[in-house]
Design a protein around this ligand. Structure first.
Ligand SMILES: [Zn+2]
Length: 283
Protein backbone atom coordinates (compact mmCIF):
# COMPACT_ATOMS: atom_id res chain seq x y z
CA UNK A 1 0.00 0.00 0.00
CA UNK A 2 0.99 3.59 -0.59
CA UNK A 3 -0.14 6.15 1.95
CA UNK A 4 -0.18 9.72 0.65
CA UNK A 5 -0.37 12.08 3.65
CA UNK A 6 -0.86 15.27 1.65
CA UNK A 7 -3.66 15.87 -0.86
CA UNK A 8 -6.19 18.67 -1.19
CA UNK A 9 -9.94 18.99 -1.71
CA UNK A 10 -11.41 22.37 -2.55
CA UNK A 11 -13.60 24.06 -5.10
CA UNK A 12 -11.47 26.10 -7.49
CA UNK A 13 -11.78 29.03 -7.94
CA UNK A 14 -14.64 29.55 -5.40
CA UNK A 15 -12.56 28.90 -2.27
CA UNK A 16 -9.81 31.37 -3.31
CA UNK A 17 -9.76 35.11 -3.76
CA UNK A 18 -8.37 36.78 -6.91
CA UNK A 19 -5.09 37.82 -5.28
CA UNK A 20 -4.34 34.24 -4.27
CA UNK A 21 -5.10 32.93 -7.74
CA UNK A 22 -2.89 35.49 -9.46
CA UNK A 23 -0.01 34.88 -7.07
CA UNK A 24 -0.34 31.09 -7.42
CA UNK A 25 1.11 31.36 -10.92
CA UNK A 26 4.49 31.73 -9.18
CA UNK A 27 4.20 28.16 -7.90
CA UNK A 28 5.03 26.46 -11.18
CA UNK A 29 5.33 29.45 -13.51
CA UNK A 30 1.89 29.01 -15.10
CA UNK A 31 -1.72 28.75 -13.95
CA UNK A 32 -2.51 25.24 -12.73
CA UNK A 33 -5.95 23.77 -12.90
CA UNK A 34 -6.40 23.31 -9.18
CA UNK A 35 -9.66 21.38 -9.26
CA UNK A 36 -9.20 18.13 -7.37
CA UNK A 37 -11.35 15.08 -8.14
CA UNK A 38 -10.61 11.92 -6.21
CA UNK A 39 -11.38 9.77 -9.27
CA UNK A 40 -8.73 11.71 -11.26
CA UNK A 41 -6.36 11.39 -8.35
CA UNK A 42 -6.72 7.61 -8.36
CA UNK A 43 -6.32 7.55 -12.15
CA UNK A 44 -3.01 9.36 -11.71
CA UNK A 45 -1.78 6.69 -9.28
CA UNK A 46 -1.50 3.86 -11.79
CA UNK A 47 2.20 3.15 -11.39
CA UNK A 48 1.64 2.65 -7.69
CA UNK A 49 0.41 -0.82 -8.69
CA UNK A 50 -1.24 -1.21 -5.31
CA UNK A 51 -3.97 0.36 -3.18
CA UNK A 52 -3.53 4.01 -2.27
CA UNK A 53 -4.82 5.74 0.82
CA UNK A 54 -4.88 9.50 1.13
CA UNK A 55 -5.03 12.17 3.80
CA UNK A 56 -7.20 14.94 2.35
CA UNK A 57 -7.66 18.55 3.53
CA UNK A 58 -8.67 21.89 2.11
CA UNK A 59 -7.04 24.91 3.73
CA UNK A 60 -8.01 27.97 5.77
CA UNK A 61 -5.94 31.15 5.73
CA UNK A 62 -7.92 34.39 5.65
CA UNK A 63 -4.74 36.49 5.24
CA UNK A 64 -3.89 34.76 1.95
CA UNK A 65 -7.43 34.45 0.58
CA UNK A 66 -8.04 30.72 0.96
CA UNK A 67 -11.02 29.18 2.79
CA UNK A 68 -12.37 25.67 2.28
CA UNK A 69 -15.16 24.68 4.68
CA UNK A 70 -14.49 21.39 6.46
CA UNK A 71 -17.94 20.16 5.47
CA UNK A 72 -16.78 20.30 1.83
CA UNK A 73 -13.76 18.09 2.62
CA UNK A 74 -15.90 15.68 4.65
CA UNK A 75 -18.33 15.28 1.73
CA UNK A 76 -15.46 14.82 -0.75
CA UNK A 77 -13.99 12.01 1.38
CA UNK A 78 -17.34 10.39 2.19
CA UNK A 79 -17.54 9.00 -1.34
CA UNK A 80 -14.34 6.99 -0.73
CA UNK A 81 -14.61 6.05 2.95
CA UNK A 82 -12.00 3.29 2.77
CA UNK A 83 -9.36 5.41 1.06
CA UNK A 84 -9.78 9.12 1.72
CA UNK A 85 -9.10 10.29 5.29
CA UNK A 86 -10.38 13.82 6.00
CA UNK A 87 -8.42 16.36 8.08
CA UNK A 88 -9.99 19.63 9.23
CA UNK A 89 -8.32 22.99 8.64
CA UNK A 90 -8.07 25.72 11.27
CA UNK A 91 -7.09 29.37 11.04
CA UNK A 92 -6.53 30.43 14.67
CA UNK A 93 -6.36 34.12 13.70
CA UNK A 94 -10.11 33.99 13.05
CA UNK A 95 -12.88 33.89 15.64
CA UNK A 96 -14.66 30.58 15.90
CA UNK A 97 -11.74 28.24 15.33
CA UNK A 98 -12.31 26.42 18.64
CA UNK A 99 -15.90 25.66 17.64
CA UNK A 100 -14.74 24.49 14.22
CA UNK A 101 -12.23 22.20 15.94
CA UNK A 102 -14.82 20.40 18.09
CA UNK A 103 -17.37 20.41 15.26
CA UNK A 104 -14.79 18.92 12.90
CA UNK A 105 -13.95 16.04 15.17
CA UNK A 106 -17.32 15.33 16.75
CA UNK A 107 -19.71 15.90 13.86
CA UNK A 108 -17.70 15.73 10.63
CA UNK A 109 -15.45 12.81 11.59
CA UNK A 110 -12.21 14.67 10.80
CA UNK A 111 -9.21 12.59 11.87
CA UNK A 112 -6.49 15.24 11.99
CA UNK A 113 -5.75 18.96 11.68
CA UNK A 114 -4.08 20.94 8.90
CA UNK A 115 -2.49 24.32 9.70
CA UNK A 116 -1.05 27.00 7.41
CA UNK A 117 0.90 29.25 9.84
CA UNK A 118 2.56 31.45 7.25
CA UNK A 119 -0.45 31.72 4.92
CA UNK A 120 -2.68 32.71 7.85
CA UNK A 121 -0.02 34.76 9.71
CA UNK A 122 0.47 33.05 13.10
CA UNK A 123 3.21 31.24 14.98
CA UNK A 124 2.47 27.58 15.80
CA UNK A 125 4.28 27.86 19.14
CA UNK A 126 2.21 30.88 20.29
CA UNK A 127 0.89 30.09 23.82
CA UNK A 128 -2.54 31.23 22.55
CA UNK A 129 -2.61 27.94 20.63
CA UNK A 130 -1.97 25.67 23.61
CA UNK A 131 -5.68 24.71 23.53
CA UNK A 132 -5.26 23.46 20.00
CA UNK A 133 -2.23 21.29 20.78
CA UNK A 134 -3.85 19.95 23.97
CA UNK A 135 -7.02 19.07 22.10
CA UNK A 136 -5.05 17.38 19.32
CA UNK A 137 -3.00 15.35 21.80
CA UNK A 138 -6.00 14.37 23.93
CA UNK A 139 -8.05 13.23 20.93
CA UNK A 140 -5.26 11.59 18.92
CA UNK A 141 -5.52 14.09 16.08
CA UNK A 142 -2.22 14.36 14.19
CA UNK A 143 -1.37 17.90 13.08
CA UNK A 144 0.13 18.52 9.64
CA UNK A 145 1.55 21.99 9.04
CA UNK A 146 2.69 23.68 5.91
CA UNK A 147 6.35 24.45 6.52
CA UNK A 148 8.46 26.09 3.86
CA UNK A 149 8.17 28.92 1.46
CA UNK A 150 5.27 30.33 -0.55
CA UNK A 151 4.31 32.46 -3.50
CA UNK A 152 2.00 34.73 -1.43
CA UNK A 153 3.37 38.29 -0.87
CA UNK A 154 1.63 39.04 2.40
CA UNK A 155 2.36 35.69 4.10
CA UNK A 156 5.20 36.26 6.64
CA UNK A 157 8.05 33.81 5.99
CA UNK A 158 9.15 33.85 9.60
CA UNK A 159 5.97 32.01 10.65
CA UNK A 160 6.85 29.03 8.45
CA UNK A 161 10.24 28.10 9.85
CA UNK A 162 10.45 24.42 10.85
CA UNK A 163 12.38 25.31 14.03
CA UNK A 164 9.16 26.66 15.60
CA UNK A 165 7.83 23.10 15.87
CA UNK A 166 10.72 22.24 18.19
CA UNK A 167 9.12 24.42 20.88
CA UNK A 168 5.74 22.77 20.25
CA UNK A 169 7.17 19.24 20.44
CA UNK A 170 9.03 20.05 23.67
CA UNK A 171 5.75 21.21 25.23
CA UNK A 172 3.49 18.53 23.69
CA UNK A 173 5.76 15.53 23.09
CA UNK A 174 2.84 13.11 22.70
CA UNK A 175 1.34 15.07 19.80
CA UNK A 176 1.99 13.61 16.35
CA UNK A 177 3.22 16.37 14.04
CA UNK A 178 4.05 16.34 10.32
CA UNK A 179 6.13 19.10 8.72
CA UNK A 180 5.01 19.36 5.11
CA UNK A 181 7.32 19.67 2.09
CA UNK A 182 10.42 18.97 4.23
CA UNK A 183 10.20 22.67 5.10
CA UNK A 184 11.72 23.68 1.74
CA UNK A 185 14.12 25.46 1.37
CA UNK A 186 14.75 25.20 5.13
CA UNK A 187 15.22 21.42 5.01
CA UNK A 188 18.18 21.62 7.41
CA UNK A 189 15.86 22.93 10.14
CA UNK A 190 13.34 20.19 9.41
CA UNK A 191 15.99 17.49 9.73
CA UNK A 192 17.12 18.99 13.04
CA UNK A 193 13.55 18.94 14.42
CA UNK A 194 12.45 15.48 13.24
CA UNK A 195 15.67 13.89 14.46
CA UNK A 196 15.18 14.95 18.09
CA UNK A 197 11.44 14.33 18.53
CA UNK A 198 10.05 10.78 18.25
CA UNK A 199 6.55 11.95 17.21
CA UNK A 200 7.58 14.55 14.64
CA UNK A 201 7.71 13.57 10.95
CA UNK A 202 8.11 15.30 7.60
CA UNK A 203 6.43 14.71 4.23
CA UNK A 204 8.12 14.88 0.83
CA UNK A 205 5.19 16.36 -1.06
CA UNK A 206 5.55 18.89 -3.89
CA UNK A 207 9.34 18.70 -4.11
CA UNK A 208 10.05 16.34 -7.03
CA UNK A 209 9.96 19.04 -9.70
CA UNK A 210 13.08 20.62 -8.17
CA UNK A 211 15.25 17.51 -8.52
CA UNK A 212 18.60 18.89 -7.41
CA UNK A 213 17.08 20.46 -4.32
CA UNK A 214 15.26 17.22 -3.49
CA UNK A 215 18.42 15.15 -4.00
CA UNK A 216 20.30 17.51 -1.71
CA UNK A 217 17.52 17.42 0.92
CA UNK A 218 17.31 13.63 0.90
CA UNK A 219 21.12 13.45 1.24
CA UNK A 220 20.73 15.60 4.37
CA UNK A 221 18.08 13.14 5.59
CA UNK A 222 20.37 10.22 4.80
CA UNK A 223 23.47 11.65 6.46
CA UNK A 224 21.55 12.55 9.62
CA UNK A 225 19.94 9.09 9.65
CA UNK A 226 16.29 10.14 9.59
CA UNK A 227 14.88 8.31 6.55
CA UNK A 228 12.54 6.58 9.05
CA UNK A 229 10.88 9.94 9.85
CA UNK A 230 9.78 10.66 6.28
CA UNK A 231 6.28 10.09 4.94
CA UNK A 232 5.19 9.93 1.32
CA UNK A 233 3.00 12.78 0.05
CA UNK A 234 2.03 14.44 -3.22
CA UNK A 235 0.22 17.79 -2.69
CA UNK A 236 -2.38 16.76 -5.29
CA UNK A 237 -3.65 18.57 -7.38
CA UNK A 238 -0.33 20.44 -7.57
CA UNK A 239 1.21 17.13 -8.62
CA UNK A 240 0.27 13.42 -8.68
CA UNK A 241 1.25 10.05 -7.22
CA UNK A 242 2.66 8.78 -10.53
CA UNK A 243 4.79 11.86 -11.20
CA UNK A 244 6.08 11.93 -7.64
CA UNK A 245 7.05 8.24 -7.68
CA UNK A 246 8.75 8.54 -11.09
CA UNK A 247 10.86 11.52 -10.08
CA UNK A 248 11.78 10.22 -6.62
CA UNK A 249 12.98 6.95 -8.13
CA UNK A 250 14.81 8.84 -10.88
CA UNK A 251 16.90 11.09 -8.62
CA UNK A 252 20.05 8.93 -8.66
CA UNK A 253 19.91 8.91 -12.48
CA UNK A 254 20.86 12.58 -12.39
CA UNK A 255 24.24 11.59 -10.88
CA UNK A 256 25.40 9.34 -13.71
CA UNK A 257 29.00 10.02 -14.64
CA UNK A 258 29.75 11.64 -11.27
CA UNK A 259 31.20 10.36 -8.01
CA UNK A 260 28.45 12.02 -5.96
CA UNK A 261 26.94 9.83 -3.24
CA UNK A 262 23.78 7.92 -4.13
CA UNK A 263 20.49 7.98 -2.27
CA UNK A 264 19.74 4.68 -0.55
CA UNK A 265 17.04 3.17 -2.76
CA UNK A 266 15.96 0.62 -0.14
CA UNK A 267 15.33 3.46 2.32
CA UNK A 268 13.43 5.38 -0.32
CA UNK A 269 11.19 2.39 -1.10
CA UNK A 270 10.54 1.92 2.62
CA UNK A 271 9.46 5.53 2.81
CA UNK A 272 7.17 5.12 -0.21
CA UNK A 273 5.49 2.10 1.42
CA UNK A 274 5.46 3.37 5.00
CA UNK A 275 2.13 2.82 6.76
CA UNK A 276 1.39 6.39 7.78
CA UNK A 277 -2.10 5.35 8.88
CA UNK A 278 -0.64 3.26 11.64
CA UNK A 279 2.08 5.75 12.58
CA UNK A 280 -0.43 8.59 12.83
CA UNK A 281 -3.19 6.44 14.35
CA UNK A 282 -5.78 7.50 11.76
CA UNK A 283 -6.86 4.16 10.28
ZN1 LIG B 1 -0.48 21.32 0.25
Amino acid sequence: MIYDVHAHAWRYPDHFNDTFRNQAIRMRGYELDLTPEYASYLASARTAGQPVKTVVFGGKARLSGLWTPDSYVAAYCAEYPDQAIPFMSLDPTQDGWRDEMTEGREHLGMRGIKLLPMYAGFYPQDPELDDLWQYAARNDLPVLLHTGTTFVDQAPLDCTLPRHLDAVAIKFPECRIILAHLGHPYEGETVAVIRKHPNVYADVSALHYRPFQLYHSLMLVQEYGVWNKLLFGTDYPVTTVDDTLRDLRGLNGMLEGTALPRLDIAEMEEMIHRDAGEILGID
